[in-house]
Structure formats: structure tokens, C-alpha cells
Ligand binder design. Structure first.
Ligand SMILES: [Zn+2]
Ligand SMILES: [Zn+2]
Length: 360
């Protein structure tokens, strides 16, 4: 085989086009992967709707899983094992150089030389750079994580965006088992967060979402859940008026962020994760932060160890039937338009494509 098939995106209005793309000659440290599954993330849908700018033509999709086809030299997975043809893998959402100031300070996702999958314009040397294709060209500096045997693609595909970002948020905000935690926004990330928090020993989790079905799922995962109108009373009743030690916002809604801040206990920490699109500013009273000893942490993407932890969590702790039910569909690339319509119209946590089922 000398070429891959890609659903190339040409911008809002122009849409997708199925194209044959030559397979790359691999350089040192590079890996060619056969993409077995890709799930549509909220940010893909924002891009397709024209709410966020991306240079075109491009191969969208960054939540994916696959099998190694070839490597350009000896390439090691994050656990130190050599990658060989047939290895099932997932990988970091972008590359990092490991030696710039940002990488050294612990923010590899903001590496000065970062190249992100599913967000870059196709070029001669890097055309297969996203998930909506039969193959993906991994560059040197990508953190590759081996997937345990038996862990289904439907659970693995969201790992390198949704699950790893949740792990990163919990790490950066410093959540401990004795904390009470409010999760705002119960889409894929919020639901994953509830389950992950429970797995690390957090017994008291509250969940807020506007959607009743999502609140029910949150409750199934062990959270006390309520809609925006009732969450304040629920939290204050159950915490004797104190509020929560931690709030994690995955909704990106200013109203929710404002409510989260108002529910923090003394010394509370707010992790902002969902605000990844432009919104108006927020009314903050600095004196409140000072007198109530509050802190706010912005969380965007993650470091490779977070992805290792995400896969470990999915393998050992996630309820496979329930997490599997968050991911629906197995569209070929030729049905990308149907898959996007499914995601937009029915709003399941994730819609999945299986590139190898593409009909030409
Ligand atoms: Zn994403
Ligand atoms: Zn760097």
C-alpha cells in the first residue's frame, strides 16, 4: 500500500472531500499508524461550525487509536518498550521538544515548537496529521502510549483528549480523596471526571448540567446531581453551608463559572477547563479571592504522563459498558457528514468513526 484515504476538510461551507494521500517516508523518531477509531471532540465540532479558525486544507480529528504500521527508527513508547508493527497505541495531542523553557517548566503542551494533531494545515512533509484518515503520521516528540490488550477502541479513542485532560485537571488543581468536588458540565469530560474522581477515592462529588439525561448519567456514576437552578441548594445543604473544596468547570459557560466560584469553600480551588472558545469577560471581585483564599487554575491539554494515567484508569477502573455507551456509531470516512450531523443533532458524548470501514 502506498497511499492513505483521508476525509480532507476545506473549511466551513466547503466541507469534506475524500482524498488519496501518499504515505510518508518516515524520518527518525517518526511512526506510521493505521487509525482504527477516531471520535469527534467538541473542538472538532466548533471548527466545523466555523466557530474557531483552522488553516485548511486539514485532516481534523485528534481523539484516536490505532496500530503501528512502521517506525522510522527505534521508537519507544512512554513505558520504555519499543514500538513494533501491530502495537496498539494512542498518543499525545501534540509534540514537544523536551528542552525549551516551557517544556522544562512542565508545560510540554505549550512547547514553542508544538505541532498538534487534527489542527494543522496539510503540507507536503506532514499531510496525514489528523484522525479522519486511514493512517496518521506521528512526528518525533509525540508521546506514544501502548494500549492494553482487550481495552476496546471506543474507550481508547477519547483518551488522548477527554480522559487525559481530566487527569491533567485533577493533577494541576491537586484534588485529594478527602476533597468535596463540584463538576460543572457533564459531557464526555465531566462524566469522565466524576468516574476518575471516584476512582481516586473522592466520595463526595456533585454534578451540574442543564441536560436531564446527562444529570442521570452523572448520578449513575455516583455524583449528587442537579440542574443550574438547584445546584447551589444541593451543595450548601450537603456541606453544612461551607461549599466545596474544588470545582472543575467543563461547561465553559460564564454563568456556570460564576456559580462555581460562589460555591467554593474557604481555600477552595477552581479549575477552568471548558472555556476554550471566546466569551465575554467575567465579573471578578479580587477581594473575594483574597479574603476567601481562593485560587483559579486554567487547564489546557496535558503532559504525556497524564495520558499514561488516563489509559491506566480506562483499563482498570472505568465501567466498560457505561463508558462504551458514551461512544456511538462506527461511520466510515465516506459518511463523515452523517457522523457530524449525528453529533450535532443528538449530542451523545461522542460519535465514533472507524476509518477502515470507509467505502470508496
Ligand atoms: Zn479534543
Ligand atoms: Zn519544547
Amino acid at each position: 500500500m502506498t497511499s492513505a484515504t483521508a476525509a480532507v476538510w476545506h473549511g466551513p461551507g466547503a466541507g469534506f472531500e475524500l482524498a488519496e494521500v501518499p504515505l510518508p517516508d518516515l524520518a527518525e523518531g517518526e511512526v506510521l499508524v493505521r487509525t482504527t477509531a477516531v471520535t469527534l471532540c467538541g473542538s472538532d465540532l466548533h471548527t466545523i461550525a466555523g466557530d474557531r479558525d483552522t488553516d485548511v486544507p486539514t485532516v481534523l480529528g485528534h481523539e484516536m487509536a490505532g496500530e503501528v504500521v512502521a517506525t522510522g527508527s527505534d521508537v519507544l513508547a512512554e513505558d520504555g518498550a519499543p514500538l513494533v508493527p501491530g502495537s496498539r497505541v494512542t498518543w499525545t495531542i501534540g509534540t514537544s521538544c523536551g528542552h525549551c523553557a516551557r517544556c522544562r517548566r512542565g508545560f510540554p503542551q505549550k512547547c514553542v515548537a508544538v505541532r498538534k494533531y487534527g489542527h494543522a494545515k496539510m503540507s507536503g512533509e506532514w499531510a496525514l496529521n489528523g484522525g479522519l484518515a486511514t493512517h496518521c503520521h506521528l512526528l518525533a516528540g509525540t508521546g506514544v502510549v501502548t494500549v492494553p490488550a482487550g481495552l476496546p477502541d471506543a474507550l481508547v479513542a477519547p483518551a488522548n483528549c477527554a480522559t487525559a485532560t481530566v487527569v491533567s485537571a485533577v493533577r494541576q488543581v491537586g484534588v485529594a480523596g478527602h476533597d468535596t468536588v463540584l463538576v460543572s458540565g457533564c459531557g464526555m469530560l465531566g462524566l469522565t471526571a466524576i468516574s476518575y474522581l471516584r476512582s481516586i477515592g473522592v466520595s463526595e462529588v456533585y454534578a451540574c448540567d442543564v441536560d436531564l439525561d446527562r444529570r442521570r448519567l452523572a448520578a449513575t456514576l455516583g455524583a449528587h446531581s442537579a440542574g443550574p437552578a438547584a445546584i447551589r441548594t444541593l451543595v450548601l445543604d450537603r456541606t453544612a453551608g461551607e461549599g466545596v473544596a474544588v470545582a472543575l468547570d467543563f461547561s465553559g459557560s460564564n454563568a456556570a463559572v460564576h456559580a462555581d466560584l460562589g460555591l467554593l469553600a474557604i481555600g477552595g480551588r477552581l479549575g477552568l477547563v471548558g472555556s476554550v472558545f471566546p466569551t465575554p469577560g467575567l465579573d471578578l471581585v479580587p477581594e473575594n479571592l483574597v479574603r476567601r483564599l481562593l485560587s483559579i487554575t486554567g487547564v489546557h491539554n496535558y503532559a504525556a504522563p497524564d495520558l499514561v494515567e488516563a489509559v491506566r484508569f480506562l483499563d482498570r477502573y472505568a465501567d466498560r459498558a457505561l463508558f462504551g455507551s458514551f461512544v456511538t456509531g462506527s461511520y466510515g470516512l465516506d459518511r463523515i457528514t452523517d457522523a457530524v450531523a449525528h453529533a450535532v443533532d443528538e449530542r451523545p458524548p461522542r460519535v465514533m468513526l472507524t476509518p477502515e470501514t470507509t467505502r470508496k
